[in-house]
Design a protein around this ligand. Sequence first.
Ligand code: NAD
Length: 466
Amino acid sequence: MTTAPTKPSETKPAATDAQLLGWDPVFDELGFPQDPDNLYTQTVSTMLKSAEIINLRHRVKIILAQPKNEIMVHFPVKMDDGHHRLFKGYRVQHNNALGPYKGGLRFHSDVHLDDVKSLAFLMTMKCSLVRVPFGGGKGGIKVNPRELSPDELMRLSRRFTSAIAANIGPDYDIPAPDVGTNAQIMAWIADTYVNISASNRDVNPSAVVTGKPLEVGGSLGREKATGQGVVDVIKEMLPEIGIPIKDMRVSILGFGNVGSWAGKILQDLGARVIAVADHTGALRNDEGIDCHAMADYCARNGGLAGFEKSAETTATGGNASTGGTPISLDEFYETPVEVFIPAALEQMIKEREAAMINAKVIAEAANAPITPAGDRVLQQRGIEILPAILCNAGGVVVSYFEWVQNKSCVTWDVEQVDKELNRHMVMAARRTNLARQRYQCDLRTASYIAALEHIGKVYTVRGIFP
Ligand code: NAD
């Protein structure tokens, strides 16, 4: 049972990220630069702390502390006005002890190698926690896709695919959508790969990516999968915390694929999404924002700005009304809710934001949305955090189902997808809870322990070549 969060003023003076991180001897052994603000160092540090608790073998720790392959490519793309622009792309393959590398592709102007490494590492942990037979990978291109025309975006996606084609494949490394990419981009990647790959006579080589449109081998239920998984975890964990879903107040940071689906599904279950923020602004409506109408609005307008009260009529029922009243980002964080869902980018919740958040539970839909300093403030205030490797694993679970369907030439109906997804999410939540009880730790540490125990056993059985 969670106690009510304390007020921001009651928190102790905070340590810096450097002090919080500690410095594991593994970092020195592997020659990590001493930059505690580095997302990769932070992510690996969480793993090493959890590994320490379960006495994970040193050799497994050092293998997991570094990605297996880091691929960086530069490639030219012809712009609509005829000039060529050079782009930088990445594919990081963190670990494949459990199966082929698996993870999204991000198109964003802030993509850096260390961020991609962190996200690839998190995929290894996530796949292990939900027990899908994939390893961890991630990739991206440093680009703002909103600045490109549809034709430029297509040429960029195809040229990037040709640049990394020798390093991906249906049995080797299987990308998927992430921030700034979507089903259309996956279709272009699959088509390019099928046309240039030496394995284009294999059974369904378009299994090289997941998150495809239905017409080219996508799975029913994939688009909503990550948001659905977030809700499955909330439904499994909240009764123990003592929060009923009906009329539960929710705020969501980031209203793209994951945030909007989580909002729509929670609204349909009777919750009230009362505050939403994205890169264009923030809105509040205590009666409940209509997430279905807002998702349609964002798809048409590129963001939620302007989706104000009575700007749109409610199309889909639920207990929500329409849009919201514009508020500042600080007011957004301070809005009292039972559940806050960060579903935007990494490291957005630092100490300052953590002190403002007025929620009982944070369900991490985004990857690594909270810095170590932010995490400490939230823990001091008694705010329960449902960790990202558990909460947002629904996407990779249904990606696995899509891959299974492609490989075996069958099609599942959405009921089967949802049922199997729910089973994986509930089992992963229970594994996390069990680890928490066994080791008396927070849920984040427990989720890493549950993931590491599985990988540790795999390395024990397989051994390390030669
Ligand atoms: P998306 O591109 O569809 O949406 C991102 C959202 O974040 C947008 O609403 C955008 O406005 C918002 N945003 C960006 N910068 C912001 C800022 N500075 N302030 C406020 N809002 C901002 O991306 P997505 O696929 O929904 O992914 C969101 C998060 O979920 C990412 O961390 C991603 O890695 C993670 N994730 C996604 C999937 C998936 O299946 N798409 C799976 C697992 C994890």
